[in-house]
Design a protein around this ligand. Structure first.
Ligand code: ADP
Length: 446
């Protein structure tokens, strides 16, 4: 950039110099031409007076080495006198522009380039009272000869201009670049820099803030991931340790025969818990990948709820909880597998955290362009301070109760992520000891 500015300044300075030179030379040439024309006219008038007074004798007293060419022409164009050539050998001058004008108007002038083109001839002609015409001509330098004459001073000035433009370009480019080189890009808005750079500084500032936010989000995600990995290891370890502990006791033969059945039941329930946990982890990992690979189609949420009720019926009966479904066939565009997961986890929790002889009510309703699913129970409810945290992975209000009822601590996390993928809103209304209502509002069309 420094080089570019330097070159631009040099180029601009030299262009201005050359343009100025051309303009000055043009103005000088026109000034000289006009003053020479005026001078030639005066000289012609003076010579005309001399010829009028002294006739041909006037020419005899003239200095032959004059810069002017003097020609005296008859009214018919024949030459009477010429100070440079033999009048007898000269051609008729009647067609010469200045002679023609002088014969017609009393005075005429013209300019013609000489055959070498290195000089221009100015002609001035005056008609005398006897009808003859006296003409004076003068060789004027062309612009090129004028330039050649000025060559030395022009070269001097040009050298000076080049040196000056180089010095100017060096110091200017340094001064322009310096504030840019010392920009504080960490805090762009604190720079007191050119007005033209303000939009760029603003953009950098926005990008910096975005970058900081992205970094914070990334750190948060990484922290969540690390916590999740630690929790997964811990959650897997607990049932595995229980299974291997019971198996080891049986293997060692120190378990009484009547205790073998309860031990086997423990092993069975722990391994069942383990496989549910692994399934939930797999589901969550898939959801974490942004939901790619899921099959989107039109699904009937009512039918899905019916299926969920069928598969949870036995569990509900064991817990003495009644399951009710309200609503009609309700179709929406979504991922059937995720819809099932949402309804299943909500209903499963509503049974698990219910009182004996409690109820679970599942309702489906249409609200303009949204489908609203509510799962409410008459269970233990959720304390207000935990209502946000229950959607976190492995968060449980009452850890021992969750474990007792076979919870993994991942159900509501799956609900939240699955809802997010289908652009659904999740809300909770709960009263401790009275029950909870989870509401999921799906867009009909995604
Ligand atoms: P879990 O497998 O432990 O049920 P979830 O993620 O499904 O894990 O739920 C997280 C926690 O939220 C539960 O451990 C429980 O304490 C609380 N919870 C969830 N649903 C209900 C509900 N319907 N009633 C009362 N508490 C609930």
């Amino acid at each position: 950039m420094n080089k570019k500015i330097f070159k631009s300044i040099c180029f601009a300075t030299l262009t201005v110099f050359i343009a100025t030179l051309i303009l000055i030379m043009g103005a000088l040439t026109s000034y000289f031409t006009n003053s020479q024309k005026r001078q030639l006219k005066n000289e012609t008038d003076l010579a005309a007076q001399g010829v009028l007074l002294n006739g041909k004798e006037f020419f005899e007293g003239l200095n032959k080495k004059t810069d002017y060419r003097i020609t005296w022409v008859n009214a018919d164009g024949s030459v009477i006198y010429d100070n440079e050539a033999d009048p007898e050998k000269m051609e008729n001058h009647l067609e010469r522009a200045e002679i023609k004008q002088a014969l017609e108007n009393g005075y005429g002038e013209s300019a013609r380039y000489s055959s070498t083109l290195s000089e221009k001839l100015l002609y001035s002609a005056r008609r005398l009272p006897d009808g003859t015409v006296l003409r004076l001509s003068f060789a004027q330098s062309t612009i090129w000869t004028l330039l050649m004459g000025f060559a030395a001073p022009i070269c001097g000035v040009a050298m000076l201009a080049i040196v000056m433009s180089l010095c100017l370009a060096t110091s200017l480019s340094k001064r322009i670049i310096e504030p840019i080189n010392t920009l504080n890009l960490d805090e762009p808005m604190k720079n007191d820099v050119y007005e033209e750079l303000e939009p760029l500084m603003k953009r950098i500032d926005v990008q910096q803030k975005q970058l900081k936010a992205d970094r914070a989000a990334l750190e948060k995600t990484e922290q969540i991931r690390q916590e999740f990995t630690a929790n997964v290891s811990h959650e897997l370890k607990t049932p595995l340790q229980a299974i291997s502990g019971y198996a080891e006791l049986i293997k060692a033969g120190i378990v009484k025969p009547e205790d073998i059945k309860p031990f086997a039941e423990k092993i069975y329930s722990e391994s069942h818990r383990l496989s549910t946990l692994v399934e939930d982890i797999i589901d969550l990992t898939k959801l974490d990948n942004g939901g790619y690979g899921y099959q989107w189609e039109e699904a009937d949420l009512y039918r899905i709820a019916e299926n969920v009720i069928d598969s949870l019926e036995a569990e509900a009966e064991t817990q003495h909880v009644k399951l009710n479904l309200e609503g009609n066939s309700t179709k929406l565009y979504g991922v059937p597998q995720l819809l099932h997961s949402i309804v299943y986890n909500l209903c499963d929790n509503a049974i698990k955290y219910n009182h004996e002889n409690g109820e679970v009510n599942i309702t489906l309703a249409k609200d303009t362009d949204r489908i609203v699913l509510t799962v409410s129970d008459t269970g233990i409810g959720i304390p207000k301070e935990c209502s946000d945290r229950i959607f976190e992975r492995f968060y449980r209000v009452d850890k021992s109760r969750s474990k007792e009822v076979g919870g993994t601590g991942l159900g509501l996390s799956i609900v939240k992520h699955a809802a997010l993928i289908m652009n659904a809103d999740v809300s909770l209304d709960s009263k401790e000891g009275k029950g909870s209502t989870f509401t999921i509002s799906f867009p009909e069309r995604n």
